[in-house]
Write a protein that binds this ligand. Structure first.
Ligand code: URA
Length: 242
């Protein structure tokens, strides 16, 4: 049980004094009833709303973000790169300590889990805890059955050999310059630096666009536009808990 002014500042992103004002103004309800006293306590199981929006009374928060292109997910950006960080998209949540689980390149879009639960972040990305990740890639160059076989056989890189990956060619064609191009789905087992781009390079293709669509049992909610996010549903969270 926590006091309502504390709940509003911890989970509603308000300062303590804004929380008191909000209560006084009748903007806060507990289980449907307007409460104005900041000292009233509520439990995690209570429904606390601020301006009609329910607050999530949990210390740990788990979000699914459809990462937009142009945002960095690394905490150590390239020197001189002033691009915004994905965490800036969560500024209205008022949650401290959010970080992305794993990384996507600046130009990669799609599924990124963002949380303040260091334990789950660590467990999902720790070496040896490989979660399959599926991407849709638009590539320049020719993709054919020998590429499918090469992905399945694995590639030798400087620092590792890739585990068998599943490449599914969805479409092939010609781009506006008359060059070969293709759309493919690829599922990889590790998550090394630029891994998908490097795998396509091995078969003579260049990735023009890359989007992550799933991580383990978690699929990107396609109703989320780039830059939008939502809380993970309890069953989604259960499915990704290592
Ligand atoms: N592989 C890449 O090359 N880039 C990403 O962002 C993710 C996987």
């Amino acid at each position: 049980m926590e006091r309502l002014d504390k709940i509003l500042s911890n989970y509603g992103g308000l300062t303590r004094s804004d929380a008191k004002q909000a209560l006084k103004a009748g903007r806060v309800k507990v289980n449907g009833a307007v409460i104005k006293d900041p000292a009233v306590k509520a439990a995690e199981t209570d429904e606390v709303t601020l301006d009609g929006k329910q607050l999530v009374l949990s210390k740990y928060r788990y979000f699914m973000l459809n990462k937009p292109a142009g945002y960095i997910s690394s905490t150590e950006p390239e020197p001189g790169d002033m691009s915004p960080n994905v965490i800036s998209l969560f500024k209205n949540e008022g949650v401290k300590g959010l970080f992305p689980v794993g990384r996507l390149d600046k130009d990669t879009t799609g599924l990124l889990i963002v949380t303040n639960d260091g334990e789950i972040g660590h467990r999902l990305t720790a070496p040896g805890k490989h979660v399959d990740k599926t991407y849709v890639a638009k590539v320049k160059g020719e993709l054919n059955d020998s590429a499918v076989e090469a992905f399945a056989a694995g590639f030798e890189f400087k620092e590792f050999t890739s585990a068998p990956a599943v490449l599914e060619i969805i479409e092939t064609g010609l781009d506006s310059d008359g060059g070969e191009c293709a759309v493919a789905k690829v599922t990889i087992h590790e998550g090394k630096f630029h891994q998908v781009k490097r795998m396509f390079q091995k078969v003579g293709c260049e990735v023009a666009e890359l989007k992550r669509i799933s991580m383990g049992a978690l699929n990107l909610d396609e109703t989320l536009k780039p830059g939008e996010y939502r809380e993970l549903k309890p069953e989604e969270l259960k499915n990704i808990m290592p």
